[in-house]
Design a protein around this ligand. Structure first.
Ligand SMILES: *Cc1c(COP(=O)(O)O)cnc(C)c1O
Length: 394
C-alpha cells in the first residue's frame, strides 16, 4: 500500500487538519460521567437543538454521517425501482449511492460554470414521468439556485433533498442551506467546517416526515414513540437501520458548535487571504477562482483554482506535492465511474462537469492554516504558472 502523505500528516502542508475549537474533550468527559454513551442522550439533543435554533430548521435528527442522512432521505422519498432522481454528476458518491440503494436511478444534470452547482436551467428537460426528486448539492458551501429548484419541484410534484454536507452555516437569500428543501443533509466529517470525526444530521423541513424518520433512524422501531408514552410497547414497524450517532461524537461536536462564529470567521479569513494573494495571478495568468453569487453567503468551505487544462492541473498538483503541499482534485464525475457503467448511467453528455473536473485543483484550507503557509502555497503556484518569458520581462 502506498501512503498518501496528505492523509498521514507527513506533508509539510496537509490538505486538511482536524482541530479543537474549545471544550470538545471536556464535553466528552462529561458524556462519560452522565453515564450515557449510546445515542440520543444529552449531547445528541443539544447538538440538534443548536442546529434547529441557529438555522431555523423545524426538526434536526443527528446521524452518524451525511451518508446516513442521505440514505434516510432517499428512503423517506419513498423511491421505487425505476423511479428517477435528478442530481449533479459532480458530487461525492454518497449522493448517488443513497438513491441507488433504494433501487432508483440517478439522472445526472450538468453544472453551472460559475458556482459548479447543478444548472437549474437544465433540470426541467431532464424531468420525466418517473422523476420523483431532485437532490441538490451545494458545492463548496455555495448555495444552488434554490428558488428556481423549489419552483420546478412544486410544478412537477417532486421532493427536494439538499446535500448540504459542505453547507453547514452557509446561506441562500438569508436562509440556511439544509433548511430550504423538504429534507437537508449535513456532514461533520473531519474534512468539513465543523467536525466530530464522523457525523451528520438530517434536517426535516416538512414535518410530515418526522415520525417515519425517527423510526427509520432507530432500526425500524417505534422506540421514540414508546419513550414519549405514545405507544405501550416498542416494536418493529418499518425497514430501518442504525442511524443514531454516539454521544461521544455529539459531545465533541457540541464543543465545535459552541464556536460556530469563530470557526466561520477564521475560515473566511483564510479564504480572503487566498483571494488577495491570488488576485494578481488570476488577472495575469489563465486561472479561474471560485465565484460566490450575491444571493449566497458562503461558509468558506473550500478554495479551488481552475487551470487552463488537465495537463497543467496535473503538473501543478505534482509540483506542489513535491514541495510538500497537498493540493487535490475533486471529483471524478460519477457518470464516468465504473459503477455508472455497471448501472448504465454513463450515456449522458455533461460537458461542463467533465471540463471542470479535469481542470480543478483544491488548495489546503483548514482552521489552523497560517498566512505564512498560504503565502508559500501561492508562491509555489506563482513560480509554476509564470512562464520564463513573463518572469524575464517583469
Ligand atoms: C462529505 C460529503 C458527503 C459525505 O459526508 P459524510 O459525513 O462523510 O458521510 C456527501 N456529500 C457531499 C457533497 C460531501 O461533500
Amino acid at each position: 500500500m502506498r501512503l498518501d502523505p496528505s492523509t498521514v500528516g507527513l506533508a509539510k502542508i496537509p490538505f486538511n487538519k482536524p482541530f479543537i475549537a474549545g471544550a470538545e474533550l471536556f464535553h466528552i468527559a462529561r458524556a462519560v460521567t452522565l453515564a450515557n454513551l449510546a445515542g440520543d442522550g444529552h449531547f445528541t439533543e443539544q447538538c440538534a437543538h443548536v442546529l434547529e435554533q441557529r438555522f431555523n430548521i423545524p426538526k434536526v435528527l443527528m446521524t452518524p454521517s451525511c451518508t446516513a442522512a442521505l440514505e434516510m432521505a432517499a428512503q423517506l422519498c419513498d423511491l421505487k425501482p425505476g423511479d428517477e432522481v435528478i442530481m449533479p454528476s459532480f458530487t461525492f458518491v454518497s449522493t448517488a449511492n443513497a438513491v441507488v440503494q433504494q433501487g432508483a436511478r440517478p439522472v445526472f444534470v450538468d453544472i453551472r460554470r460559475d458556482t459548479l452547482n447543478i444548472d437549474e436551467q437544465k433540470i426541467e428537460q431532464a424531468i420525466t414521468a418517473r422523476t420523483r426528486a431532485i437532490f441538490a448539492v451545494h458545492y463548496a458551501g455555495v448555495g444552488c439556485e434554490m428558488d428556481t429548484i423549489m419552483d420546478l419541484a412544486q410544478a412537477h410534484d417532486l421532493l427536494v433533498v439538499e446535500d448540504a454536507a459542505q453547507g453547514v452555516n452557509a446561506f441562500y437569500k438569508g436562509r440556511a442551506l439544509g433548511s430550504i428543501g423538504h429534507l437537508g443533509c449535513y456532514s461533520f466529517h473531519e474534512t468539513k467546517n465543523v467536525i466530530c470525526g464522523e457525523g451528520g444530521a438530517l434536517c426535516i423541513n416538512d414535518s410530515h416526515f418526522t415520525v417515519r424518520a425517527e423510526i427509520i433512524r432507530d432500526k425500524g422501531t417505534n422506540r421514540k414513540q414508546f419513550f414519549r408514552g405514545q405507544v405501550d410497547k416498542y416494536t418493529w414497524v418499518d425497514v430501518g437501520s442504525s442511524y443514531v450517532p454516539s454521544e461521544i461524537a455529539c459531545a465533541f461536536l457540541f464543543g465545535q458548535l459552541e464556536h460556530l462564529d469563530r470557526i466561520a470567521s477564521r475560515r473566511s479569513e483564510v479564504y480572503a487571504t487566498y483571494d488577495r494573494l491570488l488576485a494578481t495571478l488570476a488577472s495575469s495568468a489563465a486561472i479561474g477562482l471560485p465565484c460566490i453569487p450575491d444571493e449566497c453567503q458562503s461558509n468558506s468551505h473550500l478554495y479551488y483554482l481552475l487551470l487552463e487544462n488537465e495537463a497543467t492541473r496535473n503538473e501543478l498538483m505534482a509540483c506542489l506535492q513535491s514541495q510538500g503541499i497537498a493540493a487535490v482534485f475533486h471529483y471524478v464525475p460519477l457518470h464516468t465511474a465504473p459503477m455508472a457503467k455497471k448501472l448504465g448511467l454513463d450515456s449522458r453528455e455533461l460537458p461542463v462537469t467533465e471540463d471542470v473536473a479535469n481542470r480543478l485543483l483544491r488548495l489546503p484550507l483548514f482552521f489552523d492554516l497560517t498566512s505564512a503557509e498560504q503565502e508559500s502555497i501561492v508562491a509555489a503556484i506563482d513560480c509554476f504558472l509564470k512562464p520564463d518569458s513573463i518572469r524575464l520581462a517583469a
